[in-house]
Design a protein around this ligand. Structure first.
Ligand code: MRU
Length: 350
């Protein structure tokens, strides 16, 4: 593993192509993947080369541009028909993170409302993807700033627990939940972060831990089943997680295991916060029961590298996300401030 500090920008535009940090190779290798076709972007999202709700949205926005760029016609109506096909292919990659659908819709709306010739619309689409990316970076910084007011106000430095990876790798480059950790660290308010390893894909052990090591943030990796015990021992001051989709009533989908964490935090009277941009709120859904939960291939459970863990003849269930009832969440950290779950609707149309 390299010891130099590497830029943590999971998606970036370089001259005429997108470069993705291959998140399936971390922490062992920092490898970049070149993407020039929208079909390859769809595959990269599906296979989790790029992952994390805001990062998926940014990647899909660039995917829309790559798809638009390849469309040959100069007739706007035909161009839009082809662009819808590109959008559909990208939508079919992962179902839970609403940022994917949000970014695709924004790109489509931009194309539909443009009155320019096709070649100009293509340029506008590239600019829009870059804007989505730039806005996300700003948003995450704001989330981090606002969170400082709501984190426990203790004379001691805080120990925060997080789950999965909601860091720079999952966004444009700062992070939501890990952005909160970063903000607390730079203000001298953080003692340490506990990172759940996050079975079955180990985003905590591999990605969150890697990001922390890059920046010298003290990090303790625990396996998921240790979190409740750490709370009981008084090791955790607050829990901060990201989100993949938040329903209008505040019910929240995040990486599988988050629900158990929220239950354990409630049991131990530990504040539980969700850090997410407004693009993660799906006001079309009344509650969490309506959030589609992705199920992934069972090999994520029964296999580790090349080694099979379980005997033949076993059944599997592998939901990638779970849904926390809003009642377990103390507050949302957003770019508009710190919001209680029952006040979330106020953010609609803001
Ligand atoms: O399956 P993943 O790795 O895409 O899941 C990621 C998460 O669940 C994150 O916590 C969430 O997307 C928030 S990222 C800022």
């Amino acid at each position: 593993m390299k010891s130099t500090i590497l830029p943590i920008c999971p998606v970036f535009w370089s001259e005429d192509k997108v470069l993705l940090i291959d998140q399936t190779m971390l922490p062992h290798e920092y490898a970049l993947v070149e993407i020039t076709r929208y079909e390859d972007m769809a595959e990269a999202i599906k296979t989790m080369v790029v992952r994390g709700a805001p990062a998926i949205g940014i990647a899909a926005a660039y995917g829309m541009y790559l798809g638009a760029r390849a469309i040959q016609t100069q007739q706007v109506d035909k161009f839009l028909i082809h662009l819808e096909i590109v959008a559909q292919k990208l939508r079919e990659t992962r179902p839970t993170a609403v940022n994917l659908f949000w970014a695709i819709s924004r790109m489509l709306r931009t194309a539909y409302k443009s009155v320019e010739p096709v070649e100009e619309i293509k340029k506008i689409l590239l600019k829009t993807a870059q804007t989505i990316q730039a806005e996300d970076l700003q948003t995450c910084h704001k989330i981090g700033q606002f969170s400082l007011k709501a984190l426990p106000n203790s004379p001691q430095k805080l120990t925060l627990l997080t789950h999965c990876n909601a860091g720079a790798l999952a966004t444009a480059g700062y992070g939501t939940a890990l952005g909160v950790v970063r903000s607390a660290w730079t203000r001298g308010r953080l003692k340490r972060v506990y990172a759940d390893e996050t079975r079955p894909r180990f985003q905590g052990a591999k990605l969150t831990a890697w990001e922390c090591v890059q920046e010298g943030i003290p990090v303790t990796v625990i396996s998921d089943n240790m979190a409740a015990y750490c709370m009981k021992l008084g090791k955790i001051d607050a829990v901060v997680v990201g989100a993949d989709r938040i329903a209008a009533n505040g019910d929240t989908a995040n990486k599988i295991g988050t629900y158990a964490l929220a239950v354990a935090a409630k049991m131990h009277n530990i504040p539980f916060f969700v850090a997410a941009p407004l693009s993660t709120i799906d006001f079309n859904l009344e509650n969490g029961d309506q959030i589609p939960v992705e199920e992934r291939h069972p090999s994520e459970i029964y296999q580790m590298s090349e080694t099979r863990l379980c005997p033949e003849g076993v059944d599997y269930y592998n939901p990638a996300f779970d849904i926390m009832p809003a009642s377990l969440i103390d507050a949302f950290f957003t770019e508009k401030g710190v919001i209680k779950p029952n006040k979330l609707l106020r953010l609609k149309n803001s």
